[in-house]
Design a protein around this ligand. Sequence first.
Ligand code: PMT
Length: 402
Amino acid sequence: MQSPEDLQDKTVLFGVTGGIAAYKAVEVVSALRRRGAEVMVVMTDAASELVSPLTFQTISANPVYTDMFAEPKQWNVEHIELAQRADLFAVVPATANIIAKIACGIADDFLSTTWLAFTGPRIIAPAMNANMWDNPVTQRNLRCLTGLGCEVIEPDRGRLASGAEGRGRLPEPGVITEEISSALHGDCSLSGYRILVTAGPTREYFDPVRYLSNPSSGKMGYALARAARERGAGVHLVSGPTDLSAPRGVQLHRVTSAEEMLERCRRLWPQTDALFMCAAVCDYRPARHSEQKIKKDEGQLGEMVRTPDIVTTLSEESGKRFILGFAAETDEVAGTERAVDKMRRKGMDMIALNPVGEARGFGMDANRVVLIDDEGSESLPEMHKLPLARGIVDRVVRVLSV
Ligand code: PMT
């Protein structure tokens, strides 16, 4: 999936410390730049032994800061100026040493001094030997940092530089980049809300090997789940079959058919405050499911019957809960009227009219919607599904906080 350019107006202060995984940080800086961020790299002496500052300077297209007492790159107090400019401070990889220092407020080099002067959101990606990670002192320092609001991207388990197996590997650069992007867009506006999101297609089986479905990839629904999570909501994602993995912090429930999706949603509905119904649920299913593969010469596949309407069923039990539905329409002009009709008929508070076609909406990385509710409509132009989902959640937050 192509990455969005969602960091256009963001500045990231990017600390690199002396772990062998420092080379992977080059790829994270490169990915942040591709997404539009300005990246200012600060390295410790040990990191500079492992990867040349020139590499980071070239990739970030900015000077690299290493030495408190070097000839200044500009005439101001550099570590203070950097700390004031940045939207987020990330340390990748973070060694046990830097974790201990920043947990104690030690400021004895450029990186730790800038960290102490920084007041915005912080995120670290520890990487080290498994015994160092498991050491109670390291764990105590990490608890201290998370207690102070620093986000920790937990290391992966696997083969470490020493050849041993254990926890301590730096996660893949793509995972770290997504976490930094989420931290840059996060706030607490949905904190305390529990949101049920549905995504992907359903599959309605005729026999063990044939089914009725549609080309929904789940990208839009997964992006919505991630955007809600970024705003602090507790998110349950009920998903039909897709190739996607759950966004971090989102609880994923995999289902196959419309009946299963309804059953899982009904189970979760009493514990949730809002529903984002993005799944492309099949409207029909085979009346008869054969346990054996149906033979070609048996003729027709049989009769079709309607599946349950999930959003209507949940809205009948919704009380005051908020429901956002979608309307996938191939004819946008007639579609607006149909979307409004769907919103009223199915008991939704807001509907996202989604123009779809052969190369539109379904399966694509980009999408556009018109959000409609009783107050009017707002058109969100074509963009990557992640910023689009953030835009949809923005409007929901505005409605919920009225
Ligand atoms: O998954 P992607 O590839 O990213 O594509 C995203 C998408 C195009 C699938 C998505 O943005 C979208 O438009 N989802 C809704 C698709 C759809 O089923 O629309 P509809 O107009 O047929 O249904 C209207 C509403 O009723 C929808 O909220 C739908 O989830 C719901 N519904 C439909 C049938 C059914 N049996 N139960 C339902 O709850």
